[in-house]
Write a protein that binds this ligand. Structure first.
Ligand SMILES: [Zn+2]
Length: 285
């Protein structure tokens, strides 16, 4: 019996000691906290995270809803080879994004309101001049694009005459990323209607894509689409950048002339054009 008691105590002692033994991994050693290289000392835009076993840069990024590039950037490359217990700075969701990909602000769009001054363009049976429609829609599209951060140059902002060569030269001088000329159509047959997208013959892939994107963007405004067509308009041939020419609809068609004279519809079409331009660049982001 005494031997039994001895064994009991030995077993109990061993069990207690093993419970205290440091089998479990130690908590991560405290790491010196240094602010991320591109943050200011009072920057509240980051949180800290200690790397756990099985973590990858991608899984951490996913957990925090940020991109792995952002984490990598704020940790100045120290996030490439993760070690358990390593401290990482995680940018918070509402942190101002310093995107590596170009944003709208990086793009320069030239908007070209067709005709102007002594050149009225098409004149509708209701007396509306094409140059007025072109300018109204262009000004509103430019305003919306600027609001979204694009750099925008207009070849004319008022009712003035500007040579076609000059319009292309303005765009080339500015090294535009996209040239968008805005017009309205006219034809001898008043039943012809619809908006049309033009690109030059043998246009670049980017011009073709811009045409397709804009063709889709203009749908749903009550004017039907006639698709993307090729024509060697001077402004399309002389511009270095991808370029498209939009014919908003037919002023020779009474219904479309009435629509294009309506400021609400002009704003709607401008919104579609700005949206189309955004979509075109978003595919490059
Ligand atoms: Zn025109």
């Amino acid at each position: 019996m005494r031997y039994g008691y001895f064994l009991f105590w030995v077993v109990l002692f061993t069990a207690l000691m093993s419970g205290c033994a440091p089998h479990r991994p130690l908590p991560p050693e405290p790491q010196p906290v240094v602010p991320p290289s591109d943050s200011t000392p009072h920057d509240p835009n980051y949180t800290v995270y200690y790397v756990k076993k099985g973590d990858t840069l991608y899984s951490i990024a996913e957990d925090f809803g940020v991109s792995w590039e952002q984490i990598s950037r704020v940790n100045a490359g120290r996030a490439e080879d993760l070690e358990v217990g390593q401290l990482l700075f995680i940018p918070l969701l509402d942190a101002p994004e310093k995107s590596q990909t170009p944003s709208a602000g990086a793009y320069h769009v030239v908007i070209d309101p067709g005709h102007g001054g002594r050149d009225p363009g098409a004149v509708s049976p209701i007396g509306l001049h094409e140059k007025e429609v072109n300018l109204a829609v262009s000004l509103e599209a430019a305003r919306l694009l600027r609001k979204d951060g694009f750099k925008v140059t207009m070849t004319r902002r008022t009712d003035i005459f500007v040579e076609l060569e000059k319009r292309a030269a303005i765009s080339n001088e500015k090294q535009a990323d996209l040239f968008v000329s805005i017009h309205a159509d006219s034809y001898t047959n008043p039943s012809v209607r619809g908006y049309t997208l033009y690109i030059r013959r043998g246009a670049s892939l980017d011009s073709r894509r811009a045409g397709r994107v804009m063709d889709a963007a203009l749908a749903g405004n009550g004017i039907s689409g006639r698709g993307v067509r090729e024509a060697n308009y001077r402004v399309l041939v002389k511009t270095d950048s991808p370029s498209i020419l939009i014919e908003l609809g037919y002023l020779s068609n009474r219904r479309e002339a009435r629509m294009l004279a309506d400021p609400a519809i002009q704003r709607q079409m401008a919104k579609s054009i700005a949206g189309g331009i955004q979509s075109y660049f978003q595919q490059q982001f």
